[in-house]
Design a protein around this ligand. Structure first.
Ligand code: 5GP
Ligand code: ZN
Length: 113
């Protein structure tokens, strides 16, 4: 399958991996928008948020759980951080394998930046 994140999961493309378990991989974003910018992906290919099914709910929860664990490990959980999932073109999705961005280590504004 011609999917960038599947290739990272399969070790066909290198990435700076910061967490791995049976279901989830997390790696540093190549174009970081914050001191910590980690991309957290399910190992199973799901193209967009719209493709999540009932059987995937625990897996999606694991993305969130992984984000919180990494935030705690890095010491900014209490200060605060941002998680983002972009969906489709207008949502800013560029890689069509669902992923959660974990960004921390600076103050974020809302709704932009
Ligand atoms: P999206 O725009 O789909 O929500 O997020 C895709 C993210 O993947 C972007 O933040 C982008 O910088 C990151 N990205 C794109 N290509 C690569 C790559 O080859 N390696 C890594 N580590 N991150 C990538
Ligand atoms: Zn994929």
């Amino acid at each position: 399958m011609d999917c960038l994140f599947c290739k990272i999961i399969n070790r066909e493309i290198p990435a700076d991996i910061v967490h791995e378990d049976d279901e989830v991989l997390a790696f540093n974003d190549i174009n970081p928008q914050a001191p910590t910018h980690v991309v957290i992906v399910p190992k199973r290919h799901i193209a967009t948020l719209n493709d999540i099914e009932e059987d995937d709910l625990a897996l999606v929860g694991r993305l969130q759980y992984t984000a919180a664990r990494l935030a705690k490990e890095r010491g900014f959980a209490d200060d605060g951080y941002r998680v983002v999932m972009n969906c489709n073109d207008q949502g800013g999705q560029t890689v069509y394998h669902i992923h959660m961005h974990l960004m921390g280590g600076r103050r974020f504004t809302w709704p932009a930046g």
